[in-house]
Design a protein around this ligand. Structure first.
Ligand SMILES: [Zn+2]
Length: 403
């Protein structure tokens, strides 16, 4: 149903309402426009040895890097970039995913978006309108800043593979209208630290526990409080290479939370909301988070809460709030790392903020019934959420800012 809904939204209003102004021709593609011929796209299993989400399966960072390199080599929808090295010296990477035509003109779209990010650069209102017509929606997805939230290691694999291979109308619209920057881990060092510990302890009483060392060498879990001090190289690379160059209009940061409340949290956030953030950005957060929840509900996913967590107050966590971007935080319920757990319905905690996970309410419309909860569920909620986010971005594109 929702695929049809997304398709309708994509096709009808955005195109029908497009103003009939003459559009200046975009620059010709670069001379060396012969991109790689279509090759067989490697499946995640062919490199990882398992499907993302399989029970008790985690891999260290170099294996994930190998997959993304192979994917970019085979797909003309995916480019691979190494942005620098992490604290412990491994590649800090990003993928850029879009249609082959858009990827050929990346620099052109970067310049258009730079103008939109600083409208003082437009001499006339017509120039501003043309930039809106010609631009694409720039989306940044960041994952796995917290390394024990292991769905975040694998959901980017599933998402990138889907966008590289799917030929459906929704995916094509996403690729045509969105330039997606995907940072598969904001803390690659921690991916390896957690995977090593997990794989070493499988079958022991320590299986599924957190490693006995910080998963970020200097800051541990507080690596996600660095978005105004920029003390860590991973933060610096993200800000200097992506935020300040591409000015994403939408940022989706993938996280996990505790096991005994909702299955998935999406914005709107609870108050307090930082009063210095532009009201339009808060409106965007509220609208997009609710739309994602709606779409996932329609797929039959249960246990989705909105307006049940605060996360729009401190600038330590939200660079984009002050730089023209809508920030979507998603938090999926955790298992014991990659080990499934059993959550009986009566163990769901009735003392969550703003809702009771055992009862329906306006912001928790379809409670989860309890039972087995596994990495497969986590990867499914995260991947579908990220895909719904992209589809919604495509709706607002076609030369407009996102809806
Ligand atoms: Zn987290």
């Amino acid at each position: 149903m929702l695929v049809a809904l997304a398709g309708t939204l994509l096709a009808a209003p955005a195109l029908a309402q497009r103003p009939r102004t003459r559009r200046p021709a975009p620059p010709p593609p670069p001379a060396a426009a012969t991109r790689r011929p279509a090759a067989v796209i490697p499946t995640p299993r062919s490199v990882l040895g398992f499907e993302p989400g399989d029970d008790r399966k985690l891999v260290e960072w170099p294996v994930l890097v190998r997959y993304f390199e192979a994917l970019a080599k085979a797909s003309d929808r995916v480019d691979y970039r190494e942005l620098g090295k992490t604290t412990l010296g491994v590649p800090f990477i990003a993928l850029v995913i879009s249609s082959p035509q858009n990827l050929r003109r990346l620099d052109y779209y970067r310049q258009v978006n730079a103008g939109l990010a600083d409208p003082r650069s437009f001499r006339t209102s017509r120039a501003a309108r043309e930039a809106l017509q010609n631009g694409k929606t720039i989306v940044l997805i960041t994952s796995s800043v917290h390394s024990t939230e292991v769905g975040g290691h694998l959901s980017p694999v599933a998402l990138a593979y889907r966008l590289a291979t799917d030929t459906g109308a929704t995916t094509r619209a996403i690729l045509d209208n969105v330039i997606l920057w995907l940072v598969p881990s904001l803390n690659p060092d921690g991916v390896t630290i957690v995977a090593k510990w997990y794989n070493r302890t499988i079958g022991t009483t320590a299986e599924g526990t957190s490693p006995p060392e910080l998963y970020h060498h200097y800051t541990g879990h507080d690596n996600n409080r660095d978005w105004y001090a920029f003390t860590q190289v991973e933060t610096q690379l993200t800000v200097d290479s992506l935020y300040n160059v591409w000015h994403p209009q939408i940022v989706h940061d993938i996280h996990q939370m505790g096991s005994y409340g909702a299955r998935l949290f999406l914005p709107p956030y609870l108050d307090p909301v930082e009063p210095n953030v532009d009201p339009l950005l808060i409106d965007g957060v509220n609208a997009l988070g609710t739309a994602m929840a709606w779409e996932l509900d329609g797929q039959g996913k249960t246990g989705i809460s909105i307006n049940s967590t605060y996360d729009a107050w401190t600038p330590a966590r939200a660079y984009q709030h002050y730089h023209g971007g809508v920030r979507i935080l998603s938090e999926t319920a955790s298992a014991d790392l990659a080990t499934p757990i059993d959550v009986p319905f009566d163990r769901l905690q009735a003392r969550e903020r703003g809702y009771n996970p055992r009862e329906r309410s306006w912001n928790f419309t379809n409670p989860w019934r309890g039972g087995r909860w596994s990495l497969r569920d986590i990867v499914s909620y995260q991947t579908e959420g990220a895909y719904a986010r992209r589809a919604r971005s495509a709706v607002g594109a076609n030369g407009r800012m996102p809806t």
